[in-house]
Design a protein around this ligand. Sequence first.
Ligand SMILES: *[C@@H]1O[C@H](CO)[C@@H](O)[C@H](O)[C@H]1NC(C)=O
Length: 356
Amino acid sequence: MRMSVLLVFLCYAITAGAFHNRVFLGSQSIAISSARSPISVLHAMSDSIIDEDSSVSKFSGAGPVQVDMNIYNLPFETVLEEWTANMVPATPMQEEGIYLGAKNSREHLVDVVQVEFPRLQDMGLGIQLMELAGGREDSLGITIVEGLVEGGSAENSDILPGDCITKVAVRKSSSTSAPVDITAGMDLTETVEESAVTTECLGYDATVSAIVSLPPVSSEGETFVLTLKRLRRKPKINLTLQYPPEMNEPDVKLELFAGENLRRSMLVKGVKLNDALSRRFDSGGIGDCGAEGTCATCAVKIVQGGNLCNPRAQQEAQILVKRANWRMSCKTIVGYGMKEGSMTVRVSPRQWADGS
Ligand SMILES: *[C@@H]1O[C@H](CO)[C@@H](O)[C@H](O)[C@H]1NC(C)=O
């Protein structure tokens, strides 16, 4: 389903009108209202430096990333099939708009990557683009990176084929010396000026027009700062659950995604969690605390893969102080730090001969 090779914008003299072999992929993959005018999608230049959402943290409860996320990259052929554009209503995190998404959002995630590299005087950006969807009146579409041009500004950057460029900024910094305090001498002030265009969910022509609208090189030392969206698979945890030997239950194998809560995932999958021998840690009675982390009736013993979980917080550590490998499953996040691997966990650890 390769559409066509689209053009490289090597210099800013190229105009969008020069591209004739435009691709029409139909609009079925873009769930948007066609009433939008092109003006509202061709985002205006912005002089401000906008903080980007910090990457994966917003996709899961997995905590700060502890691995190189590039291990979860998808093959280019998969990415071609996976990009989609969704109309997203306003949330506290972002405005209403059309955003890139993964078709298979259960298995895949859209990560945000920022790269910065020097702006070469005569070479332009040097990114080869390819349109996956477009040809619409309203300029909406999906345009991805197909490759990097030899000798171009982006040549040695970490941009990968299949990435979508969502924002291109040019940064200039200039240092000026200003007297601040006689005794402290001269103070060096650095001012950073940024011009940026956003290009998320634009077709090829609109993407190129936006980029060529950036101001021409005016001084040495300018940099490009690109925000990209990159599709990745979600890290997985293979979990083996063992029941006490007396229960004669076969092991249960579950596949969880990084960031999932252990107790909730077990309950959702119908795993029997109730430990008949356990008394509530807090009251000594029966029943559970409803995942408050006070009763410890959902405790499990991690036989293997404890390093894939979040660390115990103070309350859990105090309650389970004599049980080094036990966790309250209600307070356990698997795939913490976006790690993946396999875990073996014993349910109802009090009923095992070597219970502790
Ligand atoms: C989980 O198990 C499947 C099937 O056995 C295997 O292909 C996969 O590599 C395992 N994943 C991890 C993260 O260990």
